[in-house]
Each structure stands twice: as C-alpha cells, then as structure tokens.
Design a protein around this ligand. Structure first.
Ligand code: BG6
Length: 488
C-alpha cells in the first residue's frame, strides 16, 4: 500500500463562510448583506431574492445561478414575512463559536478557514470608521483558536457585498468598490495581522453570477467581466498592502475548481473542453501569473464583452500583487462535449462516475489531476480550502449519524491528495474540508445538504435545538489527523 503520510507541517482544518454559518445578522452592529435577502430553496425550487418595485409589486429574481437574471435598477430588496432567509440565523456560530472551535480542536485541526462578514466591519461599506463590535467578535474568535493552537485562514470576501454597495454602485461593476474593499482589507490587516498569516482575498472568484461574487444586478457579460477585472485589481492592491503591513503574510484567492473532462476524444469535444477550461484558467492565470493571457479576448467573445476598462496602473498592480499560493474548492468533476450550453456547470453525464443526491459526480482522482494541473501551470503552492460531500444524514434518537458514505468520500479524496503530494511532488500547504460543523448550503439554501463531521440539529426552515453532535466521521477524521494521513 502506498504511504499516505503527509509532510510534518501540513495544515489540517475546516472551512466556513459567514452567511452560511455565522448568523447574528442583526446583532453587534452588523449591516445587511446581499445574501440576507436570499430565501431558502432546493434543487426543484431555486433560491431567490425578495424585491419590491416602486409600484409595490414584488419580484423574485433567481440567485446563485451563473445566468442570473437582470434585476431592474429601481427594484429594492425587502424582507417578506412568510419567507425564510437562511443567512439570518445560519447555524449560529455567532453565539456558539467557543463550542464549535472546541469541537474542531478535538479532531486535531490546526487551522480554521472562516470568512469575515464585510458588513459586520463596515455596515454599509462606506463608513469612515469600522464597527468596533464587529472587529471585537473576530478578535474573540481568533483568540479562541489560539487557545487550541489553531491558526486562522481568513477569507476577506466570500461571495458577498454590503447591500448598499450592490444598490448604489451595481457592486463590483464600479471601481469605487475597489477603494472600499482595500480600506476594509487594511482594517483587517491592522487588527488581525499579528495573529493571521494566511489570507484569501476572494472566494470562488471564477463563479461570476448575480448577487454573489460580483454583486452585479445585470446578467450581461460586459458588466460581469468588468466587475471581475475590478476584483482582480482590488485583490492585487490588497496583496501588496498586506505584504507591506504583515511580514511573512501569504495570500491566495479561492477558485471553484471542477476538473473538466472532454466527453470523448473527438477533436471538437477536445477543443470545446479546452475553451471551457479557459473559463477557469482566465481567473487563475491573471491572479496567479499577474497578467491577462493571450486567450482573454476569445473568452470575452463568448460573453459579449466589448472592452475591459483599465486604469493606467492596473497592469502594474496585477503584476506586483500576484498571489503567493493557489487555493481552490474541489467537490466534483464536469464532463463537456461540443455543442453543450456554454459554461454549463453540470455539463454532460460521465458514465464512469456515481453522483450525489444533488447530481454532483464523485471523482477523487479528479482532485489529484486538478492539483497537478494547477501546479504544472502556475508553479505556486496549492492549498485545498474546500472539499467534502453534501449528503442527507439520518440521525438516530440520540442525533448520532453513522455516515460511512462521508468517510468513504473523504478517504478517497484525501488519498488522492496524498498521492499528488507524495508521488507527484505537488507542494500543498494544507486541506480545510468544507463545513466541518453542518451549515447551510450555498446553492440551495437547504440544511439537509450536510457536509459536517458534526451534526447540527436544525431543519431547512431553521427549526431545531441547534445542538451539536459528533458523527461517526468525527472520530475517523481525528485518527487521520493524529497519524498525519497514515491512517488513510
Ligand atoms: C463552495 C462555496 O465553492 O461550494 C461554498 O465556496 C459552498 O460557499 C460550497 O457552500 C458547497 O456548495 P453547496 O451549494 O453544496 O453549499
């Protein structure tokens, strides 16, 4: 059997996002976020935002989809009484962080990836001074982590914007937001820089979609690719500033990576696959190598992008603010063939792979493939900052879940990761699994799509005691970490 033992300084941990995990949406001076107006949903019933037109009529634009709908400029977000908004309570890390961190430490985690809620620090995004109560909350979280010798890995911006910035500026389509972001990042560096070495400037920056990463209310590619450019510049400025302010700091940004396979070796399928792949490489190349690649105009042509406006210093900023490591999420692979809908997440069916109940193909070798491919191309260390299996758990009367299916998934993916490190010699800083404590799903807003090693007693509508109970996978993970991978 191949040795799965990992390098001795390997980081093991878990990852979360504020609006899926934290809750406390109207506490501690927090402002409203784009996600706060997003309802729960399911595969059959997509999540949507609740909005009102000036004449009082309601509209419900879909959210979390690549082809997000146009939202009229005059539509304003509102809360509707009979709707459930999962970000408001999420699973209440806000009040339970001590218990949750203790549970994570109990598995031997030495790193915890979490995102800071931008509107908890700058409620509208535009304040002169940050909200002290918000800063204090994350001080407490980081200090609690330190008690257990866990280091933070902070995502500065996880698919969100203070709602005011969405409404006033059409999100990242405006360069104004670059300045607000840099000020926000600087505030975090000043406050937490003495205790945090690893930072992610953005989450899933390659998933350009409505109200998510870009906050853009129009579905057209022009606005969205302009928004992405503004985010690249914001990231590069933050990296340069962070390097100046925090000796030894290391920066990444997170990409949603589904390995993409061609459905056949037919040349047209192969070429289509290359083009689809570049939809992701575009983001990694620009931020990881510091310049726009030769194929950028070809990508733009698929999204009707006429021109990307750049300020005179942007090129230099991109070059000087390159990332130190490349981090990504990996859950699945995708298969595509010529003629598929463009940027069709889900793609064609891969007959060789089984799928989760949410239709996500399970492909451990794809993770090894992905790590190799990124490192071959960018030559910077890798950090796997999300991986896991969303599954329906069946707790017994004591809320105990016997989740062998999750253990199988994690075992196979961690083994593939170990092979990439030990056999292919891909430098990998660490692994933070997604949602170690059950949290709300991003795509469907459900609770029943669970990733955790710890069960949270809460249903899709937020009912339940929110009690935390370790699942069978909890002790399994503990053993894997104790042996630094040897038990895999
Ligand atoms: C990631 C996102 O890429 O996918 C997370 O960063 C998200 O926020 C995760 O939760 C899994 O997706 P889902 O839809 O199953 O929650």
């Amino acid at each position: 059997m191949l040795n799965k033992k990992l390098p001795k300084d390997f980081m093991w941990g878990g990852a979360t996002a504020d609006f899926q995990y934290e809750g406390g949406f109207n506490e501690g001076g927090r402002g409203l976020l784009s996600h706060d107006y997003e309802t729960n949903g399911s595969i059959e019933h997509p999540r949507h935002h609740t909005m009102k037109m000036p004449d009082g009529s309601l509209i419900n634009p879909r959210s979390s989809f690549i082809d997000a709908e146009d939202v009229p400029d005059e539509a304003m977000p509102i809360f509707i009484d009979d709707q459930y908004y999962p970000s408001h309570q999420a699973v209440d890390f806000f009040h339970r962080y001590k218990e949750d961190i203790k549970l994570m430490a109990g598995m031997g985690f030495n790193v915890f990836r979490f995102s800071i809620c931008w509107s908890r620090i700058f409620p509208t995004g535009e304040e002169e001074k940050p909200n002290e109560e918000g800063l204090k909350f994350y001080d407490d979280v980081i200090d609690e982590l330190a008690k257990y010798k866990m280091q933070p890995l902070i995502t500065i911006c996880h698919d969100e914007l203070p709602m005011e910035l969405v409404l006033k500026y059409n999100g990242w389509a405006s360069r104004k937001v670059i300045d607000y972001y840099v000020k926000y990042a600087e505030t975090l560096f000043e406050r937490y820089g003495d205790r945090c070495k690893y930072w992610l400037t953005f989450n899933e920056i390659n998933a350009i979609r409505g109200f998510g990463p870009t906050g853009v209310r129009k579905s057209n590619g022009q606005d969205r690719y302009q928004a992405a450019h503004n985010m690249f510049v914001a990231s590069a400025k933050a990296v340069q500033l962070g390097h100046k302010m925090m000796k030894d700091s290391q920066f990444g940004a997170m990409y949603a990576m589904s390995e993409i396979y061609p459905a056949t070796c037919k040349p047209e399928d192969m070429f289509f696959h290359l083009q689809e792949h570049r939809e992701n490489w575009y983001f990694i190349d620009i931020m990881g190598r510091g310049y726009y690649p030769n194929y950028a105009p070809e990508v733009w042509s698929h999204h009707n992008v006429k021109n990307i406006e750049m300020a005179p210093n942007d090129k230099k900023d991109l070059m000087d603010g390159q990332l130190d490591f490349i981090s990504f999420s990996y859950y699945r692979s995708n298969t595509v063939k010529d003629g598929d809908k463009w940027f069709n997440v889900g793609g064609s069916t891969n007959p060789y792979l089984k799928e989760t109940p949410w239709g996500w193909p399970v492909d451990p070798l794809g993770l090894r493939y992905c790590m190799n491919e990124i490192y071959d191309r960018i030559q910077k260390p890798i950090f796997i900052v999300e991986n896991g299996m969303g599954a329906i758990d069946q707790p017994d009367d004591n809320l105990y879940v016997c989740d062998d299916y999750r253990i199988d998934y994690l075992k196979e993916h961690l083994s593939a990761m170990a092979d990439a490190i030990n056999i292919d010699h891909v430098p990998c800083l660490g692994y933070t699994m997604w949602g170690p404590i059950d949290l709300v799903s991003l795509s469907t807003g459900e609770m029943k799509k669970r990733y955790g090693l710890v069960y949270v007693d809460m249903d899709d509508l937020g009912n339940g005691t929110l009690k935390r109970v370790p699942k069978k996978s909890y002790n399994w993970m503990k053993r894997v970490i104790e042996t630094n991978g040897l038990a895999l």
